[in-house]
Design a protein around this ligand. Structure first.
Ligand code: ATP
Ligand code: MG
Length: 577
């Protein structure tokens, strides 16, 4: 493609509402264009990237035995009513009516539609397992669309759904999908981690999120520093063994004491006042759980992990008690709650088992208790696993230390079980002729989000650094003087030769200053630059420069194909292990 003909309109300035690299560089490099909140046009460069990701996904999904189909985006409300999600999904589900006032949803995901299809076509265990996928536009009226294509209202997703006769078959396909995802993201040239994730409300099901490692990611991941162990989990799900707190200056031999602590509410304020580590504090939070106000205790440096709390109480919903409730249960202002003398159920995180004596709110405004001892000054209903894991906790698998990093969720694999098949009465006949609900799995990849995540992971101050496999073009040729016929001829010759050799080549044939061409090439992030300038006029060599590290080599025109091949092989071999 010639730059003079391409719809590439780069921008020097950062657009005012762009806040993260993928959006800033996506807009500036003419990869995407904004139409409205959460709505983006994929410009020719952006579409090329997305098509490459789709091709990798298709090849790997087909190899895994999955079959591609295409379900309608527009789906009748009746199916969503059958599953119950017409009501549950809330405002994120885009709803429209046809000319007969019939209700429809614009698919945010397709469990209902595929379950309906399979219940009408598949009758026997002999037809199972079955794994079906599509690559398609999805609609979600996100409460806060942001980060460009990464949290958009219209985006491209690969979604797959598998159907099984038993759990064992589901587990097999889940593993196949896990391995397939690993190959897909490797081939996309990304650094990523599959992390154990929370499966939502009532646990039991298994799920992994595939996260691309990037500072700007919304997911926080705890992972074992020992690579061979491989434990990694999202912060909502992670559990680490919390070391006993050994620097406690309080002693259980001392009796409990009430101390005036005017206006000291936060852990930092209270621990500074008492000159103790935050671990000495027994943080007391009141939650409404199944309509009962319940106290939850965690060590001062930790937070309550609400996903764990839900799991501990097998409930899809827990809610922090409001100020009025806290006032009436504790007889104190918010910030002074403690377990001593409370007449509601009290649950404590396991890490408090080893706290000899601590500090808690005194259930009296502006007072705390010092030297509080469990089973002497207060009692609990039981210990539960309810606090957040932190870097430095030890791995539950191998005992080594956990570290923390951030990531962007680009895909998820999920063992769904019979959630949809039961609700929608989707059954097959097993080998005994008995009617059974299908056991299902589902597997999503955010295709456009993956493109954004690639930029988040790989950029510098000048622009994008595309992994070779998903770059919109492999090579950009920069003739530095369009008025020098030798240079222009050489550029044309290389353009056609390299294109013939199978590379995708962009020729910057604009009559612009070298500085502008260099800046644009870096901004767009093409992996290899071929610069035709002074050295060509002097000794018939061109400069070949790698975007990723700026290294350059001079090559004669004759030797250029070999040089390019070497560089391409190096770039392709740069795969995350
Ligand atoms: P998130 O927690 O980020 O909202 P999700 O759990 O709702 O994601 P899924 O329902 O599992 O996402 O969808 C499958 C994939 O689709 C996600 O892994 C993500 O890559 C992508 N995705 C989800 N929502 C969006 C969105 N609003 N814009 C772009 N991609 C999205
Ligand atoms: Mg979501």
């Amino acid at each position: 493609m010639r730059m003079t003909q391409a719809l590439i309109r780069t921008m020097k300035e950062t657009p005012s509402d762009a806040d993260i690299p993928s959006l800033i560089f996506g807009l500036r490099s003419s990869i995407i264009n904004k139409l409205g909140s959460g709505l983006y046009t994929l410009l020719p460069l952006g579409l090329k990237v997305v098509r490459k990701i789709e091709t990798i996904i298709r090849e790997e999904m087909d190899k895994s035995g999955a079959q591609e189909l295409l379900l309608p985006i527009l789906s009748p409300a009746e199916l969503w009513q059958e599953s119950g999600r017409w009501d549950i999904y809330g405002k994120e589900l885009m709803r429209i009516q046809d000319r007969h006032d019939r209700d429809f949803a614009l698919g945010p995901t397709h469990e209902e539609i595929i379950t309906h299809l399979v219940r009408s076509l598949v009758k026997s265990y002999k037809e199972l397992p079955l794994n079906l996928y599509q690559i398609q536009t999805k609609f979600r009226d996100e409460i806060r669309p942001r980060f460009g294509v990464m949290r958009a209202r219209e985006f491209v997703m690969k979604d797959a759904y598998s159907f099984h006769r038993n759990e064992e078959s589901l587990r097999e396909t889940y593993q196949v999908m896990f391995d397939t995802y690993t190959r897909i993201f490797k081939r996309c040239g990304l650094k990523f981690k599959p992390v154990l994730a929370d499966s939502g409300a009532i646990g039991g099901d298994v799920t992994h999120e595939f996260t691309v490692l990037a500072q700007t990611g919304e997911s926080v991941i705890l992972y074992c520093e020992d690579n061979s162990c491989g434990y990694a989990a999202s912060s909502e799900y992670a559990t680490g063994n919390i070391a006993p707190f050994t620097e406690n200056t309080l002693k259980s031999a001392d009796s409990m004491e009430k101390i005036h602590t005017p206006n000291l509410k936060t852990v930092d304020e209270v621990s500074a006042f008492f000159k103790v580590q935050p671990q000495t504090l027994i943080k007391t939070l009141l939650y409404k759980i199944n309509d009962t106000v319940t106290a939850v205790l965690v060590r001062g440096e930790r937070e309550v992990n609400e996903a764990k709390l839900q799991k501990a109480f097998t409930t899809p919903f827990v809610e922090l008690a409001d100020e009025k409730t806290v006032n009436s249960v504790t007889n104190a202002a918010v910030g002074f709650a403690g377990p001593v003398g409370l007449s509601i159920p009290v649950y404590a995180d396991f890490s408090l088992k080893t706290l000899d004596a601590g500090i808690t709110g005194a259930n009296e405004t502006n007072y705390h208790y010092k030297n509080v001892v469990l089973n002497r000054d207060f009692s609990i209903n039981s210990f539960i696993d309810v606090s957040t894991a932190l870097a430095g906790d030890s791995c539950i698998k191998c005992g080594k230390s956990l570290a923390v990093c951030r990531g962007i969720e680009v895909g998820q694999v999920f063992q769904l079980g019979t959630k949809y098949s039961k609700a929608m009465n989707a059954t097959f006949h097993d080998e005994n002729g008995e009617e059974k609900p299908f056991i299902m799995g589902c597997y999503g990849i955010g295709v456009t989000r993956t493109a954004g995540a690639a930029i988040e992971q790989s950029h510098d101050k000048d622009g994008i650094i595309w992994p070779y496999s998903i770059a919109p073009y492999h090579i950009i040729i920069l003739p530095l003087n369009m008025n020098e016929s030798g240079i222009v001829e050489c550029a044309e010759q290389l353009y056609s030769q390299l294109t013939q050799d199978g590379y995708e080549v962009l020729l910057d044939d604009r009559d612009l200053r070298p500085g502008v061409k260099f800046k644009d090439a870096d901004l767009i992030g093409i992996p290899i630059k071929i610069v035709i300038g002074k050295s060509f006029l002097n000794d018939k060599t061109v400069e070949v420069k790698k975007r990723i590290d700026g290294t350059t080599v001079q090559a004669t025109i004759d030797h250029l194909p070999v040089t390019i091949r070497q560089i391409v092989n190096e770039l392709k071999a740069d795969v995350y292990e």
